[in-house]
Write a protein of this length. Structure first.
Length: 124
């Protein structure tokens, strides 16, 4: 089955380091729905924009790469039979109702990298 990345655009992320369960309840409920449906492959919530660091050539700056009204607040990967099904799933994201939006992209390839433990590694 095809995989699609869903990029979540919002004013900012609700997932601050001091976020309460109430702050993330809407996002958590949506993730639970996607998990129950079997569509969710993986998901990551990003921290707020003021925690970002951006790099351009020789410059390192605090903040998001592009200063805009909306930032990428998180992303997830779903499995769907086709783009129409992916759109239907992505449309259920609560950020769409709350004034933000989502971007859908087919996943070309990738996956988790298998790491060896051993000398010189933090986990080895």
């Amino acid at each position: 089955m095809a995989q699609y990345a869903i990029l979540i655009y919002a004013h900012d992320s609700a997932h601050r380091p001091d976020a309460t369960p109430e702050d993330t309840a809407t996002s958590d409920a949506h993730a639970e729905e996607l998990t129950s449906s079997g569509a969710l492959v993986m998901a990551y919530a990003l921290t707020p924009r003021d925690m970002a660091t951006s790099i351009r050539a020789d410059a390192i700056t605090d903040g998001p790469f592009i200063d805009s009204k909306e930032v990428i607040a998180g992303f997830y990967v779903i499995e769907a039979p086709d783009l129409d099904a992916a759109i239907a799933i992505a449309r259920t994201n609560p950020v769409v109702r709350d004034g933000g939006g989502v971007e859908i992209r087919p996943v070309h390839g990738g996956g988790f990298v298998q790491r060896d433990s051993g000398p010189g590694r933090a986990d080895g």
